[in-house]
Every structure is written in structure tokens, then in C-alpha cells.
Write a protein that binds this ligand. Sequence first.
Ligand code: DX5
Ligand code: ZN
Length: 223
Amino acid sequence: MTKYLIAPSILSADFARLGEDVEAVLNAGADWVHFDVMDNHYVPNLSFGPLVCQALRDYGIDAPIDVHLMIEPVDRIVPEFAAAGASLISFHPEATRHVDRSLQLIKEQGLQCGLVLNPATPLNVLDHLMGQLDLILLMSVNPGYGGQSFIPYVIDKIALLREMIDASGADIRLEVDGGVKVNNIGELARAGADTFVAGSAIFNEPDYEKVISHMRDQISANV
Ligand code: DX5
Ligand code: ZN
């Protein structure tokens, strides 16, 4: 049976009290910590890096940390994130010269690896790579900011990718990121996603437990 995972994007958390806020969202039922790394180069925004990942581990956060790199280049920072306690690292294929080399580098560090596809990036970049990946992240907004609206055509892309993953027989998570809310998460699960990033939809609500349980109810009602 598929395990559906909720991965709050801490880009929308309270940076001034990040440890407490991440602990609160995990206590409210979240599964993973989604960690958005932005460099003001690959994307037009700047967020946080390995020092902050390490600080969360030092604070006592032991949930999986799902590092989403929106940086260019990719390779240099991978060992730093491994040392800082990342569990999984995913990156955008456009952001590295040698996609296979970057994937191998992540695996050599003992971490799980993923590729991230922007809304307009075609699924055929995954050809030849299905056997190498632990996760494929479909962006449902253009990367760079939290709080944007879901781009509807990504639903069809989720369904196509679900077919590709099932046909490959590989054990790959299908994660969706951008504009995920209580009112669309059911449809995304029905299309074939199993891992859901949500930033503003969770952190902008006063009661994290309530919104996460509403999300789980919507998933269960649609699969
Ligand atoms: C966007 C990031 C997302 C973002 C999601 O570039 O990758 O993880 O924070 O935020 P919401 O859920 O608010 O769209
Ligand atoms: Zn993200």
C-alpha cells in the first residue's frame, strides 16, 4: 500500500524561531522537512544552506530532511549537505552540466537522490535514469517563491509520470511542489502523486495539525 507523505516547505516557516516551528509541524503530523535552497542565480531568490540544515539537526530534528536544490552549479555543495544531515538531495537537471555525475555524487555520500522538473521541463529528461532515482519532484509553480498558484497542466504530467514509474517497476517517490493546498491535494493524489510539499498552505495557518489532517482526509477520499 502506498504511503502518502506530507513534506512542509520550511521556506514559509518562521525563520526567527525555525527550530521550534519545524518541531511544531512535525509534532502536528508532518513526515518530512522540505528544505528549499535558493541561490539568487538559478532562481531569483535567496534562502538558506547547509549551516541551517546542520542547525536543525543540532536542535534535535530527526525527521528526514528533503533538500531541494535550486542552485547552480550543484556538485560542490552536495558533500556539505551530506555532512549537515540531509537525507535526500534533489536538483534540477538544467542546473548541472553532468546529470549522471551529480546523481552518483549524491549516492556516494550515502544519500537518496532525486531530479526536479520545472513545469515546462519535459518528462523525457528522465529517459535512462529511472533506475537511478529515489524521487522525482514535479514543480507545479516556477521555482523561486512560496505562495504561488498551482499550474493546472501539471496534473496531466503527474498522471503520465505515474504511468512511467509504474511501468519501470522502480521504487520512486512522485513528489509535487508548488501551490499544494487542502482543496487540490486530493486531485493530485488521484493523478498519482504520493509525496506532497506544502509551504504557505501549512505555515500560514494557525493550527498545523488541523490542516495536515484535512490534507490526509482529502488524500484518503481520493485514492
Ligand atoms: C518553490 C519551492 C516550494 C515552495 C512551495 O520554489 O520549491 O517548495 O516553497 O510553497 P507553496 O506551498 O507556498 O507553494
Ligand atoms: Zn521545493
